[in-house]
Design a protein around this ligand. Structure first.
Ligand SMILES: Cc1cc2nc3c(=O)[nH]c(=O)nc-3n(C[C@H](O)[C@H](O)[C@H](O)COP(=O)(O)OP(=O)(O)OC[C@H]3O[C@@H](n4cnc5c(N)ncnc54)[C@H](O)[C@@H]3O)c2cc1C
Length: 528
């Protein structure tokens, strides 16, 4: 994946996509597959905002049934099934438990409501790939799956199926696909302002955030997929409301299933989700009106999540147990006099495309799960304006998905990895993270077998993966590598010596001298 800022000004584009989160990435990939001349720019790193700070679920959103948002749930479930089919390395099934306790108010009624909700959820998903429809477990069987749960007054639990991903890598893979399909994709490149039109083309001033060089770019159509930054734009701010969501990374818990729980303080739903061997606890959901470039995890967010989860745990967690955290900002469509203060969780997650003129568009709201379908609608609109009649191809194509039967590919790769001395857990994550690109990592290990070793013994990331990402995945800063290419920075507390060691490992590949290595290490230490 080559970054080429200069290429943005040597040509004019059919479409400029501004913002490299999930919406920008799907839009650029889709448009490039349809033969449009596309550029996508991202002011920081790919997926550096909300698209690396989600709950990492590819889901229908069971709780949206409570607000009767059947259309959104049905659309998201269909997308979940499609992604499980076209990108089985990138999106994998995940089962959830929903424990029921006798002290919960109206627990019999609750159980009936849940049963009906889950029947509807399964039905809306249609013919599923996972074939795991919901079921009920009594308290005893439940404790075999979730032995860390309080079993006092535990009645049992429904188990249902959804899916999971690595959100930042999903975005990166789509950017790689867009590049392969001919798009010009540049991270650390900021849209500054529109320029006067020239010969029927729109123009904009953009800035290389690495060199601070500014130049002009020309295009016929532009779409802003700028997430929370829409609220800073004079024009688009009228359409959005923002809400902040915090996740904590907690120690591993036994088992491979997630939990959907209800906070006793306010009745909100939250999750405990296994991810890379650790546990994601989230999310909060509070209205946000502050500076979108400076969104922080507050002590009250931490207290809320720990209090909520400790009602369910045999051995409560405290602040010392927190390994890492991250925060994202949701954009909601502003509808009428909607006030988020009361309950952001009850606001629709659906998406909309707004247009200022025939050639300036804004992507508002949405979900990682449904972004593919929404991006197809963006590109349909752009194609209509451009008179291009090619239809969307992203229902069939996914950049690094194996072309032969997934199970056979997976087994062959596992055998190869075992011959190379990669441990099973690291292999599983390597295949999910890199799909067919994993072969390049294997070649590296064939030449240097010591690269099959883990970087940190407790986490499934190996040295060959680190070097591959540094060399091939448009890494500019150390935190691109350690937060989004492989999320070591949030999954463990890295000491300065460990950061120094990792930076040193990739210094030659990234052309960093000793001064730059020190700067990059400081940047990550300050972030931590
Ligand atoms: C806490 C939380 C949990 C969530 N969990 C889930 C989930 O489990 N499943 C799910 O489906 N959805 C989930 N979502 C929703 C989902 O994460 C978002 O809908 C999605 O990430 C939004 O993507 P985006 O591309 O619109 O915005 P972003 O990911 O925010 O991307 C916008 C990008 O635009 C860039 N940008 C801004 N201004 C400029 C400029 N001037 N020039 C260049 N670039 C610019 C930014 O740097 C940023 O990277 C969650 C959201 C939150 C907040």
């Amino acid at each position: 994946m080559r970054r080429d800022f200069a290429a943005l000004s040597c040509q004019s584009f059919d479409l400029l996509v501004c913002g490299g989160g999930i919406y920008g990435a799907w839009t650029a990939y889709d448009a490039a597959l349809r033969g449009l001349k596309v550029a996508i720019i991202e002011q920081n790193d790919w997926a550096s905002a909300t698209s690396s700070a989600s709950s990492k679920l590819i889901h229908g959103g069971l709780r949206y049934l409570e607000t009767y948002d059947f259309k959104l749930v049905s659309k998201s479930l269909k997308e979940r099934e499609l992604l499980l089919q076209i990108a089985p390395h990138r999106v994998w099934p995940l089962q959830f438990g929903m424990p029921l306790y006798t002290y919960q108010r109206n627990h019999y009624l609750n159980r009936l409501k849940l049963k009906i909700g889950l029947m509807l959820y399964d039905w809306l998903a249609g013919k599923t790939r996972s074939k795991t429809h919901h079921r009920y477990l009594d308290a005893e069987s439940l404790m075999t799956h979730f032995p860390y749960l309080r079993n006092n007054a535990l009645k049992g639990s429904f188990i249902y199926s959804d899916a999971q991903t690595d959100d930042a890598r999903l975005v990166l893979e789509l950017i790689a696909g867009a590049l392969d399909a001919g798009a010009c994709c540049v991270n650390y490149c900021q849209f500054i302002q529109f320029l006067a039109r020239e010969e029927n083309l729109n123009g904009a001033l953009i800035q290389d955030q690495v060199t601070e060089k500014q130049q002009a770019i020309y295009f016929k159509q532009i779409v802003f997929t700028t997430g929370q930054w829409l609220a800073n734009d004079r024009y688009s701010q009228q359409w959005c409301l923002l809400a902040k969501g915090v996740h904590l990374i907690m120690p591993a818990v036994p088992g491979d299933k997630a939990l959907l729980l209800t906070a006793r303080s306010d009745g909100r739903v939250f999750f405990l989700i296994p991810w890379y061997g650790m546990t994601l606890l989230g999310t909060t959901d509070t209205e946000f009106r502050g500076d979108v470039t400076n969104v922080k995890v507050e002590p009250s967010d931490i207290r809320y999540l720990l209090d909520a989860v400790n009602d369910y745990l045999q051995a409560p967690w405290n602040e010392q147990d927190i390994i890492g955290h991250f925060v994202g900002v949701r954009v909601f469509k502003r509808e009428g006099q909607l006030n988020l203060q009361d309950s952001p969780s009850s606001v629709s997650r659906d998406w909309e495309l707004k247009s200022q003129t025939d050639d300036i568009h804004y992507s508002i709201g949405g979900k990682i799960t449904s972004a593919r379908q929404d991006a197809a609608a963006i590109v349909d609109k752009v194609c209509t304006q451009l008179g291009n009649s090619r239809s969307c191809a992203t229902q069939q194509l996914f950049p690094w998905a194996p072309s032969n039967t997934f199970r056979i590919w997976w087994e062959q790769m596992q055998s190869h990895a075992s011959v190379l001395g990669i441990d099973d857990e690291s292999t599983r994550w390597l295949l999910r993270r890199h799909g067919t690109e994993t072969s390049k990592i294997f070649h590296r290990i064939e030449k240097q077998p010591q690269l099959a070793q883990r970087i940190i013994p407790s986490l499934p990331f190996i040295y060959a993966d680190l070097l591959h990402c540094a060399e091939s995945e448009m890494v500019i800063h150390l935190d691109d590598l350690l937060r989004r290419r492989m999320p070591l920075l949030i999954l463990t507390k890295l000491s300065k010596e460990q950061l120094q060691h990792i930076a040193q490992c990739v210094a030659d590949t990234l052309n960093w001298d000793a001064v730059r290595v020190a700067q990059e290490v400081n940047r990550c230490s300050n972030d931590a």
